[in-house]
Design a protein around this ligand. Sequence first.
Ligand code: F6R
Ligand code: MG
Ligand code: MG
Length: 381
Amino acid sequence: MKITLSVIKADIGGYVGHSCTHPDVVKTTEEYARKFIGDLIIDLKVLTCGDDIALVMTHQHGVDSEKIHKLAWDAFSAGTEVAKKLKLYGAGQDLLTDAFSGNIKGLGPGVAEMEFEERPSEPVIVYFADKTSPSAWNLALYEMFASPMNTAGLVIDPKMHEGFTFTVLDVYTGKAVKLSTPAELYDLLALISSASKYVVKEVHRNIDGEIAAVASIQKLSLIAGQYVGKDDPVMIVRTQSGFPAVGEALEPFARPWIVEGWMRGSHNGPIMPVSFEDATPSRFDGPPRVIAAGFQIANGMLVGPRDMFKDKAYDYARKVASDIANILRRQGIFEPHRLPSEEMEYTTLPKVIEKLSSRFFDMDTNVSSDKSNMLAKEDMD
Ligand code: F6R
Ligand code: MG
Ligand code: MG
C-alpha cells in the first residue's frame, strides 16, 4: 500500500509571547482537520512544539497535493480565528497571504512530506523543533545516515552498508546537489558544516533509492536569494530494517550541539531534546527545543505518537544543554552567542547600525563620511 506521510506546521499564535500554543487554538485546528479522516486523509495526529502546531497526516494523494495543502491551510485558518479572539501573540503570523493558492509552500507554513510503499512494519519518527531552523538537522542527519560511530547499522546491516545519498540545498541560490556517502562524505561535510548556507533537504538509501528522511525546507528554497532563515523545522525519518534503528535515529540528540535561532532568531543555543510536555521554550525565549514523536504506521493509520525524548536517558542531555545555555548566556549580546554580522543582515539590526553610518570618520585623515560631521573626532578627543 502506497502511503504519503505529510507533516505541515505553522505558528498561528503564541501563548504567552512565543513560548507555547493555546489549547483552544490546537483544539479548533485539530477538529477542523479531523473532519477529513476517512475521506481525504487516512489518519491525523496533531503535535505542538513551542508556539508551533504540526498536522501529521497520512493519505494517498502523493506529495505536493493541492487538496492536502488546502486542508492544512484551512485548518490553520480556523485555528487563527481563535488565536485572534484571544489576541494571542502573532496570531496567524505564518499564514502569509489572505488566500490559499494551490500549494502551501512559500505561503508560510513548513512542509515535510514523503511517499513510500508501507513496509510490513513501518516505524517512523517525526522530529519537531522550535527556536531554530532546518539547518539544525544537518548534524543529526549526518550522524544518523553517515557516521558509523553513531549508527552501527552502517557497518553491520547489508542494506545500509552501501550508504545513503543526501540532497543538499544552498539556501541563498536555491540550487541543490546530491552527494553519495560514504564515497563523498567529506564533500558532504564540506558543505553542511556551513549550516547557515547549506541545508539537508532529504536522504535516500543507496541500495534501492528508498526515501529515508525529509526535512521542511521548501520555504527557504522558494525564496532563495532573499534568505528568511529561521523557520522552526519538522523532519520525518523512517527507521529499522535497513534504515537507522529507532535508537540510532535518536542518538545524535543525546549529545546536544549548538544551533541557530534562539532569541529573536539572532542567537546560537543548544538544541535541547524534551518531552512533549516540556516543549515550552521560556528562558531567553529558549533554549531551542526538539521533540521526537514515534509512530508505527498500520495501513496508513498512525499508531502513536510515542513521546521518544521523555525517556530518562535524555535527562543528561537536558542537563548538558542547560550548561551550554549558561555558558552562552554569559556572552550576552556578544558573538559567538549572537550570530555573526553576515547573518544579522536579515534581522532588524542593520536598521540600527545604519543610523550611525554618517558619524563614522577616517581615523587617519579625520575626514568624516558625512561632511557636516568633520569635527567628529576632535569633538570626541
Ligand atoms: C520567535 C523568537 C522570539 C522573538 C522575540 C521578539 O521565534 O525567536 O525570540 O523574536 O520574542 O519578538 P517581537 O519582535 O515580536 O517582540
Ligand atoms: Mg513565534
Ligand atoms: Mg516557533
